[in-house]
Each structure stands twice: as structure tokens, then as C-alpha cells.
Unconditional design. Sequence first.
Length: 438
Amino acid sequence: LTARADIEQSMDSSRSPSNDSAFLDDFAMMSTFGATGGGGVDRQAATLEYGRARKWLAGWLAGRGFRVERDRIGNLFGFLELTPGAPYVLIGSHLDSQPRGGRFDGAYGVLAAAHATDRVRNRYQRNGTRAALNIAVVDWFNEEGSRFQPSMMGSAVFTGKLDLENALNTSDAGGISVREAMSAIDELGSNRIGSENVVAAAYVEIHIEQGKTLEKEATDIGLVASTWAANKYEIEVLGAQSHTGATDMEDRQDALYGAALVVAAVRDIADTFPGQLHTSCGQLTVFPNSPNTVAGKVRMHLDLRTSDDPILVEAERNLRQRCAAIELKANVKIDTRRSHSWSANHYQLEGVELARRTAEDLGLRHMEIRTRAGHDSTNMKDLVPTVMLFIPSVGGISHSELEYTADPDLCNGVTMLTELLARIAAGELAGTVSGPRP
Ligand SMILES: [Zn+2]
């Protein structure tokens, strides 16, 4: 290992006030794309504002000598070749947002990755050593899944969990496909997918916590050790369309009534596992959605998320029983299809340990944490050694214009990410190749 004095010297160069203000200026610029009146952004996947944000990022990367390419699902890469032929450490997050979402979710991680990579490149240029790994900044396509389902789409295609053609043919509520929407903003590339395009050796991602733990514990950095498990469902409640006034109550097959009972039941199920199960219905589409017509059909999205796999099995069993009872009570039929799921599983221990040592050397307060939300790292950790970091979120508010993280926390995160990236590029993460630290 490099001597402590050397580490501190190189760390100092990454942590200067001018580096911090350059990051904050760029972050303010990025937050203008799709900016909402309430301080958030509305930048759903493959929209015009999304395309503008990406082109700004691509320009930023190209201007610093990164080779910018998109693959066939529209993941955007900024390749930095430090050692010709070496595999890559990928580092990034996502620029898409929820409708009227926050400006930090995803976008912070992409910009932090770009700045960290640029700082690491400067270190290598200064000291002339050779990196063990090259670096690629990545903006994963459609992490949020608000416009096109499922979420984490770009990283799922990259890791071979989702078929490319299926993903491209997925349509939004207006019938526009991923292929059409991404072509319209010229964000679909011709590069092959996954390892045919880039040989990945590791993945790193930083994100706001979207929870209150770090804030409550007055901690700078969360070292993500594991994920919660999740099941997501598409549900159709089928009734019969009829007149809201004229139809006898006993003859009604009111799909909206059935859907309302499902919404309430799902909340009841969460209450039977206090603190361990999160449930929600995020979207209802009512047909024909007319004031004087009993709904004939309701489509809804529902999710169950939990800290432990057995609870998920129990919650799903509970959900199916409750739906069967609701079918009788509301005189409707309920079709339940599981559309996306992942288990509670661990990030590689070596990555958590490397991040812990890095935070200690930097004098940053740190703790292990679990992620309740899904992230692109959830997919990538199944492919390569992956390190996920969190910074605090004020009040834990996310998927809202009120999402907020203070500047010092943003800057601490970039400092941490830079040092961690430098160590991984030097080969200090087990399972990757090793070389001298810059
Ligand atoms: Zn996110």
C-alpha cells in the first residue's frame, strides 16, 4: 500500500474548494434541464428534456477527452482509456426522473461519477503511473420506470436480465415505444450491449439515501451492504361498465370499487409487518373514467418491498387471499401478474470493506446501510464486484420536488467517490486486476 502521507497528498488535491465549486456549478446547470417551479425536475426517460440533459453531459465528457458512445438500448458511456486493453470500472447512475421528481435522485450520481473520473484522470496524468483498470462513466437508460416499465431497464439489458427487443418494444401509456421515443431524441446508439461493448471488471454508484438513517445518525457516507427484496405487480380488476344512476346496486360489477378494496388491503398487509414491509399502489388507470359510468376495468401497479425474503413470500400469499375475498365482495375478477422482482441480497463484502477503509482514511463518518429502493447497482452487483454509496437526504424525502441534500454532503460524496474510484482503478478491489495507486 502507498504510504499514508502519499494518500493524504493525493486526497488533498481532489478535495479543494475549487473542485467543490466546479461540481456545484455543474450540478446547478444539470438541474436546469426539466426544472419545475417547485425546485425539482420533470425529466422522464426519453423525453425532450431528458435528451437535453444527456447532450449536455455528453458535451461535458467529450470536452474532457472522454469517448462518448450509446449502446442499442440507449445507455450512454463516457470511456476514459488509461491503460489500453484493460477492462473497465463502470461508474454512474441515471439522469431520468420521476414526474415532478427531485433534482438529486440519479443525476447527482452521474455527475459525481463524471467529476470523480476527471479527478482520477488528473492524478494519473500528474504522477505518470499506469492504471490497472480503465474507467467508463455511465448514464443508465430509464432507471425510474415511470414512463416505460420495468424500472432499471438499461442496466437490466446490459446485464442480460432483460431482452433488448422486448425493452425496445415496450410502450408508454400513449402507445409510444422506447425505440420510437429514443430515436426521436437521437439517443439510441449502435453499440452492442454489455460485455460485447465494454469489458466490465467492477461497478461503483453513489446516490442520495432516500431515507432518514444517515441524517438521524449524523453520518456522511452510507456503505450499502445489502438490498431489500421487492415484488412488483400489474393488476387488472375486471367488472362491467354500466350507468352510475340507473344500475341496481346488486347488479353492479364496479371495477373501481374492487380496486379501492385492493388499495386498502395492501396497506393492511403492510401493517401486519411493522417496519419490515413497505407496500403501495402507485398508479391506477380507470376505464372508461367517465363521471356517470361505473368503471368496467381498472389497471393498477402495486409493489411489496421488504427486508427479508420470507416476509415477501408471506405478503404475496396474503395478497392473493385478500384478492380472492375482494372478487366475491365486489363481484369482479382480479388478474395479478408479477412483473418484476428481486431478492434481498448482499453487495460484495470486499467492496464494503474497501469503501470503509477509504472513508476512514478521508476522515468521513460512515456506517453500513441497506437500500430499500432498487438501483442500477442492484443489477450490476450480480455481474461484477459492485460498491454502492449513499449520502444523506434531508427528511428522507424522495420522488418529490422537496428532495434535498445540502452542498457539504454533495461535496463529501464526490470526494469519497473519487478516492474509492482511484483505489479501484489501481486494482484494490478483490476480483479485479491490481496495479499502482495513482
Ligand atoms: Zn435513483
